[in-house]
Design a binder for this molecule. Structure first.
Ligand SMILES: Cc1cc2nc3c(=O)[nH]c(=O)nc-3n(C[C@H](O)[C@H](O)[C@H](O)COP(=O)(O)OP(=O)(O)OC[C@H]3O[C@@H](n4cnc5c(N)ncnc54)[C@H](O)[C@@H]3O)c2cc1C
Length: 429
């Protein structure tokens, strides 16, 4: 069958288990007041249940320590996990660890996998991805300025990074650094594993953001100084100058995993929007009875459906043709999905009025996190440029001065095409 929108019954059972589990066991974590040790213990217990169901770290193929479900199935699972900020940790799929484990799985040496990948997949250590810099534009990583120079058997790294998510609590950072300053723009950078206790690594602070205090237990976006940081030569990932190639492999699936999670977030906000519309009354009728609110519901449903189909289609292209073939689809869903997420949460806040603006509802926190989605893993504008470029590559400028569909030109051509026929018709008559 070429097109199929159904889910295998066996897999649907797993999804049903996940829906129930996330709702009953994971949602309560969001409002649980506990110290880090007790909180992590609660998470650990839930992780054991997930492992028993064989739903742990589903983003990797089995030979690399995951379950090998592929991106479409992963999309359906991430949609459920994405509804709650703690679910990806419970399922061993949280960013940035999921992307980093993919990099290690595909580009790491056996020794690197043993030391970093296996404990990462086990949930025993945490990681960060350190690319963006305050002094160069993150949207154009060819400008990266952090350098690594080989000195004997060690890399010496110097530079300034920020927005290294989970940088303060990570056991190792994957740093994107310039090792080949004279090479072509996309061959200058390499990725190097930097253990958090490497001499010269200074993790300055978690940058205060719109995410606010809700980034619990040190999770957050770190500012990091690399001052003559020394790491062994063997900490290089892949080959010298392969940084962009690896970043593409990492960011492709990583980006779509975010989009999949946003579907779940948007759905949760949508449920709140619908429920409140049926609960609250104004001007003699339920809010659901006002046409503007009906428009919000219909528009949100249509936009979410479009985002969902686009996300699953991009996942299908990755599964069938590889991440490189899905570049356009991934960029499309990255900016479209981020905006759908933002708009649906915005409408859900609006319908709750002042309650929606307050922290008595989860919406204001969801909104603050959703705002970042339009920037991380490449801002909207860059993805739009990328989509437009790829689409335009399939077009040619029409010859001559008029557009191809110019009606007078087409009319004259049609006249010429059918001249003999029309002439015969006139003669016959
Ligand atoms: C919550 C969060 C988590 C993050 N986590 C990480 C992480 O773990 N690791 C990491 O390395 N980085 C991380 N980042 C950084 C993120 O990837 C960058 O913020 C992003 O790539 C943009 O780079 P920049 O902030 O330097 O913005 P700039 O490059 O300075 O761009 C600023 C703005 O310029 C505009 N712009 C840029 N290019 C174009 C264009 N071609 N056309 C039109 N307008 C354009 C856009 O509006 C853009 O928002 C994170 C960011 C956030 C907000």
């Amino acid at each position: 069958m070429t097109w199929d929108f159904s889910t295998e019954p066996e897999f649907e059972k797993k999804l049903e288990w996940m829906r129930e589990f996330v709702l009953e066991e994971v949602y309560p974590l969001e409002v649980l007041e506990a110290n880090e040790k007790d909180f992590m213990l609660a998470i650990w217990h839930l992780q054991q249940q997930v492992k028993k169901q064989k739903l742990w770290a589903t983003h990797l193929p089995p030979e690399l320590g995951g379950q090998g479900y592929g991106q479409v199935k992963l999309g359906l699972m991430h949609e459920i996990e994405g509804a709650s900020v703690w679910a990806p940790i419970v399922f061993g799929n949280q960013a940035p660890d999921s992307g980093n484990s993919e990099v290690l799985a595909h580009f790491g040496t056996e020794e690197q996998k043993k030391r970093w990948l296996l404990p990462l997949l086990d949930g025993k250590i945490r990681s960060a991805f350190s690319m963006t810099e305050p002094n160069t534009a993150g949207s154009d990583p060819t400008l990266l300025s952090t350098t690594a120079v080989l000195d004997g058997d060690e890399w010496v790294i110097n530079g300034h990074k920020w927005f290294t998510s989970n940088g303060m609590i990570a056991d190792f950072l994957i740093a994107m650094v310039v090792t080949e300053p004279k090479a072509d723009a996309y061959e200058r950078a390499s990725m190097i594993i930097v253990p958090s206790d490497a001499p010269g690594l200074k993790r300055l602070r978690n940058i205060p953001t719109m995410g606010g205090e809700h980034e619990r237990f040190g999770y957050g976006h770190a500012e990091v100084l690399y001052e003559d940081v020394r790491v062994p030569k063997d900490n290089l990932l892949g080959e010298r100058g392969q940084g962009f190639l690896i970043a593409q492999a990492r960011l492709g699936p990583g980006r779509i995993h975010h989009c999949m999670r946003w579907l779940g977030q948007a759905r949760r906000a949508f449920d709140m929007l619908c429920e409140r519309s049926l609960q609250r009354e104004a001007f003699g009728k339920k809010l659901a009875g006002h046409q503007t609110v009906q428009n919000w519901i219909a528009d949100s449903a249509a936009e979410m459906q479009a985002a969902r189909l686009m996300t699953l289609h991009a996942a299908w292209v990755i599964d069938t043709h590889g991440a490189a073939a899905a570049r356009k689809e991934i960029s499309l869903i990255k900016f479209f999905g981020a905006n759908v997420l933002h708009d649906v949460i915005d409408r859900a806040i609006q319908i709750h009025g002042s309650l929606g603006y307050s922290s008595d509802m989860p919406l204001e926190e969801m909104y603050r996190h959703a705002r970042a989605a339009r920037m991380y893993d490449g801002p909207d504008e860059v993805h739009r440029v990328s989509v437009a470029r790829q689409i335009l590559a399939g077009y040619q400028p029409p010859k001559g001065m008029w557009p191809r569909e110019h009606v007078p030109t087409r009319r004259a051509a049609a006249q010429r095409k059918f001249a003999a026929l029309l002439e015969a018709a006139v003669t016959d008559a």
